[in-house]
Design a protein around this ligand. Sequence first.
Ligand code: NOJ
Ligand code: CA
Length: 701
Amino acid sequence: MIRNYFLFASLAVAASMSAVGISSPSGDITLDFNLDSAGQPFYSVDYKGRQLVAPSPLGLIADEAVFTTGFHIESSDTTTVDRSWQPVWGEYSQIRDHFRELAVNLKADNPDRFLTIRFRVFDDGVGFRYELPAQDKNYLTIRDELTGFNFTDNHKLYCIPGDYDTDEYLWSETTFADLPDALNNYHRHSEAQRAGGTSIQTPMLLKTNDTKNPVYVNIHEAALIGYPAMLLDVDTGNNSMKSHLVPDRLGVSAYLQLPFFTPWRTLIISDDARDILASQLILNLNEPSKIADTSWIKPMKFVGVWWEMFTGYQKTWAYSDDYLAKPGITDYSALKPNGRHPANTDNVKKYIDFAAANGIDGVLVEGWNEGWEDWASYRKNRQFLFDKAYPDFDVDELRDYAKSKGVKLIMHHETAANAADYELQLDRAFQFMKDNNYDAVKTGYVGAIIPRSEHHTSQWMVDHAKHVIERAADYQIMVDSHEAPRPTGLCRTYPNWLAQESARGGEFESMGGNPPSHTAMLPFTRLKGGPMDYTPGLFETKMSYYNEGKDSQAGTTLARQLALYLTMPSPMQMVCDLPENYERFPDAFQFIKDVPVDWADSKYLEAEPNQYITVARLDKNSDDWYVGAITDDKARKTRIDLSFLPKGKKFEAVIYEDAPDADWKSNPQAYRIRKVKVDSRSHLNLNLAPGGGTAIQLKAL
Ligand code: NOJ
Ligand code: CA
């Protein structure tokens, strides 16, 4: 009897200690953790009483020690947190961070190994990360992560190919089973850059194939620091995905020194697509601002000598064409100017005048510095100088002129992916900016990364991005990075990181065009990591194809471009078109002049990925509301309810909409503007053209 009793008791303890769980504050999401008989950790997620993520593996593969099996639960802690914080800028002036947390402290024996897996379960999803405390093997060479996302059916996937170096792709709407076909349609940049046959990038979106009440899941990561980006290898037959860490060319994903914790793996979950857009889960999983005084961080709109290079046939960032005969250029003043170089003193002054006349804060000056010829030369050197202007760009004169007009110049640092050299020049470059009154920089990493053993999203480049943003903060410089690792909410910790590209942006309108659905996809995916420098505001939708004689047509109506200022929010928002194109449509341009870039509140009114988004936002600095609505290539009629407006207050709605005969293909510039008085009891009928949109200013009366 006694023996049996002891046997029973020890089994009971073992059972209770190999499985633990926790629910979200509302109870809708439940997270279960358990160990299998080999001591391997697994988690699963239920949503509203049904299994969403089936038991999925956890663990890390390291050269020095086993962090996959042999574990037992030493202890587990749970806690509930409910707090709020105020971002420096963003979609909301206050963000609630409310979750229940489960930390599972695992131990394996002979030799001793320790691993904590920390789960946070919010009402809008789940985050978890691996925490490696200091232990016997304190240096780990990480080859892979076992983290799985096992689903139970052939759900819909919205994704782009797995690629170590670029994310400038259009989105596929496919399923687990059809993914190989979808990925076959992509032109991938090079064999070396691709992750593998059915790899995809995060953020990705999944929609369950439950026709009555589908659940949407955004999978990504938060707080990517000191570790490579995560791709997902998709097992198309089993409806499952597995983490694939971007390796360096030696096949190593991460070199870690303990103690270390990985980025959070995130699942934003809801059966209402609007909640995916509204979710602040990824920001909540990032650390608070490391910058104490943020008074110098100022959201802004800007124009730039940029679109000229994309659409002006053969205009160049480079000052001269006279480079092929001169490998390893050192004396730029000896070069013959090509006369097709927009970043020259007179032209930049015109942009400064235009910005000053229209209340636009900044002017971006791409192609101002030495190095572009070197990049284009037959040797393809990639040696830019970040404190040496071209002979036709007068730094002093432009500094003084911009200042006299109350306009900020925005610096451009194209590194051509020579990140190693950029680090060497960084302090000089930032000091040069400060000396000449530049407070913001757009960085770029076009090409294969130098050091050559690295990729755009490998650990080294993730470290590089952190280094650049921290040095920029030291100099009180705001950053808009292009071709950097996809954002993971680090703009909370470094609020000087105003925007990133890290996806296919508006520049592709000059390379055949972005289909209208593209901007109905980005907010569900890429934007969950942080704002995008998408470059909205395109009024002339037919243009000369980038660097080719033929034409390109943008996938948009003019009115839709106004709506993008709401649906693609960014505190560093470009006004992308040429001044002369705005001067042709001054009444529509008024919306761009008026629209804020920083918000006190946001209400997502309607949303379906790849189809439509309607959002209302409250200006942070007034009582005015703005609404933006976009559709895909199908016309859309909708009736929006203005009950989000404060009760009893009157507003004048200025509605910028597609004209009845507008169509992105055949009649993109047909719009009309009407005014109507409204209050919180009003409804507005919206009529979106194929590829169109509506933008509304609601002026408080
Ligand atoms: C690619 C960037 O996305 C684009 O905005 C920039 O103008 C060019 N590189 C040149 O730096
Ligand atoms: Ca780019």
